[in-house]
Design a protein around this ligand. Structure first.
Ligand SMILES: Cc1cc2nc3c(=O)[nH]c(=O)nc-3n(C[C@H](O)[C@H](O)[C@H](O)COP(=O)(O)OP(=O)(O)OC[C@H]3O[C@@H](n4cnc5c(N)ncnc54)[C@H](O)[C@@H]3O)c2cc1C
Length: 444
């Protein structure tokens, strides 16, 4: 058997990017992937002839995006859908009052203006906040400065709660004040009618990937690494470890010797979230025309508050909603019918008996997925944005951690996965390599 230069653990976007760039540079690379498919948290479900992205769906802003450039190079089809980030008004949204009455344009404009006013001040307050401040505390301090009545204050508070839940899958008081610093969208957002996994399939094309290889231990030393799997050991000069933070922290995945500082501390301060998708396909459209999303204010929208109209993707009337943060925790063990009943009650509050039973429902279960253990990582209170990059500090010159949680500028995204894999390859090669070569054929 040929000597392995680099073992890459994980066949998601970060691992495949690193493996492809290293293979193109002439290295002998083996990718070990526990699942029987590539893509990791890119997972396009094609059962029953429908295309459903159960993991990532969006590129959150295509301007100045290396991911958008790559997708373009690969000829992947995209559809504009600019509401992926929890935005208040980037595209038309039907806002419903706590009583289920649609806000007039004037009322919606006033509500959105309140959000923008608080948002601007919130960013200033967070910039000077003491370490250990939660996002919730920063929000409360900013709201207190407004001098608004309780009702007006509550509408903006709940919007910011929902943002923390929908963007990071976490209750507002459990997220560090800086946990949404990266939350900006540059340009249109897009989704993939043919499935996001075309990206991972193309990145994996021609690589030496061993599917169904579950790694249980990575032993590192000056001379290299030995990776233990349920199909035997793999020895290499170095390893790129791209398993999610939840796996890295688990007892099922040992690193010996234990990770040193600053990597160990950074890992401790990041945490996997609670965030699930619910897709509802209906026999007919019953919701507002000409809107990208429907939003419910107030107590009625505590859990199910936002529905996104995916009809434009495949021409089938489809709404996507999220169980995010506390809702995902509370409904984790619910069966499908209990979740659908709960969502249907919320929709019927808005649309009455016009709401037909869905003809197909898909609910994800990332929280109980042993190779994900949540959807993506968030910043616990007391962490700093730099913890993401610190997690990728090379260990002993032989161990390189990559993945969405290791990229400070835009964590928790496919972009982060791509760029972190690129960085790992550069660090191993000790020189610059261009991302634009990724679509090139592999040597031999
Ligand atoms: C529901 C959901 C919605 C999302 N929405 C978006 C979005 O719209 N836009 C966006 O940009 N991002 C989104 N994300 C985040 C995005 O999917 C991830 O940031 C990105 O795909 C992570 O890539 P990765 O390579 O870092 O990790 P992964 O894709 O998780 O790859 C790691 C790989 O390691 C494997 N692995 C784990 N344990 C082991 C083991 N013991 N042995 C061997 N292999 C192992 C896993 O199976 C996996 O394939 C979403 C994620 C989820 C779950």
């Amino acid at each position: 058997m040929n000597t392995i230069d680099t073992v890459v653990i994980g066949g998601g976007v970060s691992g495949l990017t690193a493996a492809r760039l290293l293979t193109q540079a002439g290295q002998n690379v083996v990718v070990l992937e526990a699942r029987t498919r590539l893509g990791g948290r890119l997972w396009t479900d094609r059962t029953d002839g429908t295309i459903t992205d159960r993991g990532a769906s969006w590129i959150h802003g295509i301007n100045n995006s290396p991911l958008a450039d790559l997708v373009h190079q690969l000829g992947m089809k995209t559809v504009e859908f600019t509401v992926g980030g929890y935005q208040a008004d980037s595209r038309p949204i039907a806002h419903y009052s706590p009583d289920g009455i649609r806000l007039s344009d004037t009322e919606a404009a006033a509500y959105v203006a309140d959000i923008h006013a608080v948002d601007a001040q919130l960013a200033e307050l967070i910039a000077v906040s003491a370490p250990g401040t939660s996002y919730g505390e920063a929000v409360e301090a900013t709201l207190a400065q407004q001098g608004w009545d309780p009702e007006r204050t509550m509408r903006v508070r709940e919007y910011l709660r929902h943002r923390s839940e929908e963007q990071y899958g976490v209750w507002i008081d459990d997220l560090d004040a800086h946990g949404l610093d990266d939350d900006s969208i540059d340009g249109d957002e897009v989704v993939f009618p043919d499935g996001y996994d075309v990206l991972s399939t193309r990145l994996g094309d021609g690589l030496d990937v061993r599917l169904g290889h579950k790694v249980s231990q990575v032993a590192w030393a000056d001379g290299g690494v030995t990776v233990t799997t349920d199909h035997g050991d793999f020895t290499a000069a170095q390893a790129v470890v791209t398993v999610p933070v939840g796996v890295l922290k688990s007892a099922d995945f040992k690193i010996t010797p234990a990770l040193p500082e600053p990597v160990a501390g950074a890992l401790d301060r990041l945490e996997m979230n609670n965030f699930e998708k619910v897709f509802l396909r209906f026999p007919r459209k019953f919701w507002d025309d000409g809107v990208y999303a429907i939003r419910q204010q107030g107590k009625a929208g505590e859990w199910w508050h936002s529905w996104y109209d995916l009809t434009a993707l495949h021409g089938e009337p489809t709404l996507l909603t999220f169980a995010a943060g506390p809702c995902a925790v509370a409904t984790r063990k619910w069966d499908e019918s209990a979740i659908v009943t709960s969502i249907m009650e919320a929709l019927q509050r808005l649309y009455g008996d016009r709401v037909p039973q869905p003809i197909q429902v898909d609910i994800t279960d990332w929280q109980d997925d042993p190779f994900a253990r949540g959807s993506y990582a968030y910043m616990k209170v007391g962490s700093t944005p730099e913890d993401h990059d610190l997690l990728a500090t090379p260990v002993g010159g032989v161990l390189h951690i990559a993945g969405e949680a290791t990229w400070t500028d835009d964590p928790a995204t496919v972009t982060a996965a791509l760029l972190s894999g690129h960085r790992a390859a550069r660090n191993i090669l000790g020189r610059e390599v261009s991302l634009s070569q990724l679509p090139d054929r592999l040597p031999r």
